[in-house]
Design a protein around this ligand. Sequence first.
Ligand code: SAH
Length: 215
Amino acid sequence: MLDFQKSRLKMVEEQIVGREIRDPRVITALKKVPRHLFVEEALQSQAYNDRPLPIGEKQTISQPYMVALMTEALKLKGKEKVLEIGAGSGYQTAILAELAQEVFSVERIRSLAIRARQLLYELGYFNVEIKIFDGTYGWTEKGPFNAIIVTAGSPNIPQPLYEQLSIGGRLVIPVGDLHTQDLFRITKTEEGMKKEDLGGCRFVKLIGRYGWEDE
Ligand code: SAH
């Protein structure tokens, strides 16, 4: 019998606190959310390793450190309305649900969206809604959002996502080519777009109208 909680706390100490993640709320959320339940049983023993893992449909659950880094960059205090593009396993969605008021997530692959919805419901995250659609359009009816997170790599910043940010809102998104991207934090201000480069990263493709073309 594996002690998942012990592995999770060790993961947070070594991979999250041991690097530069400082937001106490982010650290608490990573200690709490049972990441092993977001991967298939055969991979559960690897769920707290320092790497992404396959979740089916050629997609991956992001590395824990990347989830922490992106979440911290959103600067959530608890009252926000958040949009996520790419629910995938639903792990990042659960972390957001711990830290914000309401989470809207869009996932283009039906089977992943259905599984994530079910698991999040079972875990008691009732402040989450998942829609099956091309998330590069955002989710107009639910906006504007205080924070938007894109968990797939994009060739550029999808215009609808920037439009759906409120003033002062933050968009965290990997932008680059198919092999490497840079993580950007875009802030919408009265004076226009503020852009910060948070460093290199590597994500699966954001596929859609304002992302990469589907093959
Ligand atoms: N946060 C997820 C990451 C999953 S990988 C996790 O940690 O589990 C990225 C996800 O983005 C995949 O599930 C993929 O299907 C989804 N995706 C890619 N392009 C998309 C789009 N245009 N709209 C919605 N989801 C998209």
